[in-house]
Design a binder for this molecule. Structure first.
Ligand code: HEC
Length: 222
């Protein structure tokens, strides 16, 4: 093994090179990103420096309460194997034209997320702005219970196990699913389908996914 030092040198440089390229460079470029106001304004002291607008709200914000628990359900159900959460630039695909979001998403949009669910596959639509679409909780519950009810021919699997079918005891539950009249997916007469806590959390999470704020590097252009 007379080439051992050379071998070790090679291993060292391969590791050092990828560490620098993948981790160090990204950290230098993105590691210091913080929440910011939607627009920057010239600083009073030095108008050539742009600073955050005083008193304005900071973005992005963190999902709270039930929505945060819903993210865990989203992860455990593997939704990200079919759904991405990133909108590409207007000149880099049709994401914005498809209505997947009002602007491209940028690194800062994700800084408060411990687990970023960018996704790689787009078997279904991108969901980073799904809470901004005209789909309410009732729609999401029916769709999750069985996508065929709302989206005939969908290849998305049903998540009926997140719902409980039970006999109606007295008055129907207020959160029971409202099936379209004569739907073949509805329960037997006298029975109702109610969301479990996990289903409610998941829907709350979906409704919380919104890109409805500008960032200085990615403003929403009307
Ligand atoms: C096998 C791939 C697949 C998986 C896994 C999957 N989906 Fe889907 N999803 C689709 C397809 C295809 C569509 C488009 C047709 C439709 O609306 O059902 C879709 C549509 C949607 C929509 C409607 C979006 C819109 O803008 O119309 C939502 C919301 C959604 N999925 C949520 C989820 C959630 C939450 C999970 C995990 C519990 C999940 N999906 C898992 C394939 C998938």
């Amino acid at each position: 093994m007379k080439n051992l030092p050379l071998l070790f040198c090679g291993i060292f440089f391969a590791l050092a090179f990828s560490f620098t390229g993948l981790i160090l460079t990204s950290n230098i470029q993105l590691g210091s990103l913080t929440q910011t106001t939607e627009m920057l304004v010239p600083s009073d002291a030095d108008p050539s420096i742009m600073v955050m607008a005083e008193g304005e709200p900071l973005f992005p914000t963190k999902p709270v309460g039930l929505a945060q628990q819903g993210k865990e359900v989203y992860i455990s159900m593997g939704c990200m194997y079919c759904h991405s959460q990133q909108v590409r630039r207007a000149d880099f695909g049709a994401d914005i034209d498809r209505g997947w979001g009002p602007r491209q998403t940028v690194a800062r949009d994700y800084i408060l997320q411990e687990r970023v669910l960018l996704g790689t596959m787009r078997t279904g639509p991108d969901l980073v702005h799904v809470g901004g679409r005209p789909l309410n909780a009732d729609w999401h519950h029916l769709h999750l219970y069985n996508p065929q009810i709302t989206s005939k021919g969908s290849t998305m699997p049903p998540y009926a196990f997140l719902y409980e079918t039970r006999e109606i005891d007295g008055a129907p539950a207020t959160d029971a699913l409202q099936f379209p009249p004569n739907s073949e997916y509805g329960p037997e007469p006298g029975y109702e389908v109610v969301p479990t806590r996990r289903a409610k959390a998941l829907v709350e999470y979906l409704l919380s996914l919104k890109i409805n704020y500008s960032l200085p590097e990615a403003p929403i252009l009307e």
